[in-house]
Design a protein around this ligand. Sequence first.
Ligand SMILES: CC(C)=CCC/C(C)=C/CC/C(C)=C/COP(=O)(O)OP(=O)(O)O
Length: 284
Amino acid sequence: MGEATHASGGVPVVRALLSQVHPVFMLPPLSASLFGGVFAGAVDPATAGAHVAALFFAVYTAHVKDGYVDFHVRDEDDSHPLSASTCRRALAGSTAGFLVALAAVWALAGPGAAALTAPTWALGYFHAPQLDTNTVGATTGYPAGIALALVGGFYVQTGRLTPAIVGLAGVFLLVLSGIKVVDDAQDFDYDRSIDKRTVAVVLGERGAYRAAYALMATGMVAVVALALGLRAIPPSAGLAALVFGAVALVARRAEPELATMLLIRGSYLFLAVLVAAVWFRPLG
Ligand SMILES: CC(C)=CCC/C(C)=C/CC/C(C)=C/COP(=O)(O)OP(=O)(O)O
């Protein structure tokens, strides 16, 4: 990929720009926004589309900036497909795209919706080099973006927030922060060598695992409590905790790379069961 750093001409540059769309990171916030709409009960496609577009540009901004900082500023990566000037143009373009989508969110759903959407760009733009160097920012930045995507997806459809949607967003914040702690444990040696203070660097690997599973377990208990305590969340949503809990039990015995892979897929299953529970309400 080294030569592509100097990509020039239409197709190679477009290909290099597209390489910064990472589906593993992109799909969860877009799905969370749509789940927020499903949870609202009625989805206006134009409003949902504007919100999803804003989130796309927020996450794209995060990846372009992260790649730029890691390769061109910190000299951490061996290669990067975009030159420094293309990174800067891509950042300007994605920020412009975000602002257009944000204006559409404001026009279609009001200033409250725009206020819940705007911070997602800030989380993305300031991920590197600001937020990713401190423990809380590195761990909770992306999960906070997902939580905002969920409440934003609901708010743009309804113009209000409810305890149920805020509670579910809190569950996602907890569970995804736990997964991020396990994910960061993969880079323990390297992160320690560059003094990147992830939870694993601060607490050690065993401590990080304990913290991660405590966060995820709290999220599971919270979703069961919400399903039992709030009418807006069907009791069958508690099954999502069972499914994720089973995956987490298997992941607990795996080394960090496999554990991360399992937990990410477990979080997709968690969301899928929640969507099915809300959509079909099998237990009423
Ligand atoms: C809407 C929404 C979800 C907004 C949040 C956007 C956000 C903070 C995205 C982070 C994406 C990213 C660069 C992950 C890699 O982080 P890393 O620092 O662990 O990776 P690295 O070690 O490769 O730099």
